[in-house]
Design a binder for this molecule. Structure first.
Ligand SMILES: [Zn+2]
Length: 257
């Protein structure tokens, strides 16, 4: 059952919620596109030099992590368990895209999360849940605590959930959202058939506007099957250029020669 909106209010509240969700998404998306275009135009001529790291310090992607807790208030994972995947993201994005990451915070929300936040849908259904059905309201309540007025350089928040519907273990709404979701089992080293450090950085790739590719060695290859068939972490030059000109990446300062 799609018990989309709980509590009193009925249809009126549902419609109002849907409209405000839609407005938020549209405003957000148009701002994002404008920012990406603006920075792309401003920096088009610098891309090659930046890729080589010659005349600018690396840009910085700022990250936050929110770890949810289950119905009994038990955290789904811990900062120590997530840390290797964050370190992997730093290593991959530094080597392949020439940017750095800065983890601003890793927070555990001890308040029990509702089922739709713990076990969310993926992809298009998650987008519908977000824009029309208000099923991601709980995420937004906690994301809003970090409300960042800046469109350029806004951090990406990684939300650790329990179980995403189907075989998906991570999901991003791309430019539509400043947050991605990843499943807690990715960070449990004791479970080698689910432990996968590449998923977090793959979802960050989507949040930075990267689409999927067909190359298994590439970070944006859609699937990854631990322990034997984990996706690669390479990025091509055009992908690096997309990442560097993304609105989430704070441009590096020019290096004085
Ligand atoms: Zn993907």
């Amino acid at each position: 059952m799609a018990a989309a909106v709980s509590g009193p209010g009925g249809l009126g509240r549902r419609v109002t919620g849907a409209l405000s969700g839609l407005t938020r998404a549209l405003t957000h998306t148009s701002a994002a596109l404008a920012a990406d275009l603006g920075s792309a135009l401003a920096r088009a001529g610098e891309a090659v030099g930046e890729l080589a790291g010659r005349d600018r310090e690396p840009g910085v992607l700022r990250l936050r992590v929110l770890i949810l807790s289950d119905e009994r208030g038990r955290p789904l994972t811990s900062e120590a368990k997530v840390r290797p995947a964050l370190d992997r993201a730093e290593t991959v994005l530094r080597a392949e895209a020439g940017i750095r990451t800065r983890v601003l915070s890793v927070d555990t929300i001890t308040e029990p999360a509702p089922a739709e936040a713990l076990d969310p849908h993926a992809n298009r259904r998650l987008l519908l849940d977000d824009v029309l059905l208000g099923r991601t309201a709980w995420y937004h309540r906690h994301l809003d605590e970090y409300a960042d007025p800046d469109t350029v350089g806004a951090p990406v928040t990684v939300i650790v959930v329990r179980q995403i519907t189907g075989r998906t273990t991570g999901c991003s709404l791309g430019v539509n959202a400043d947050w991605v979701i990843v499943q807690a089992s990715l960070f449990d080293r004791a479970r080698d058939h689910t432990y996968d450090e590449t998923v977090l950085v793959h979802e960050l790739g989507h949040a930075l506007n990267l689409p999927h590719t067909r190359d298994r060695e590439n970070l944006m290859f859609p699937s990854s099957s631990p322990p034997r068939d984990v996706r690669g972490t390479r990025l091509q030059r055009w992908q690096a250029a997309v990442v560097q000109s993304n609105r989430h990446v704070v441009p590096g300062r020019p290096v004085r020669g």
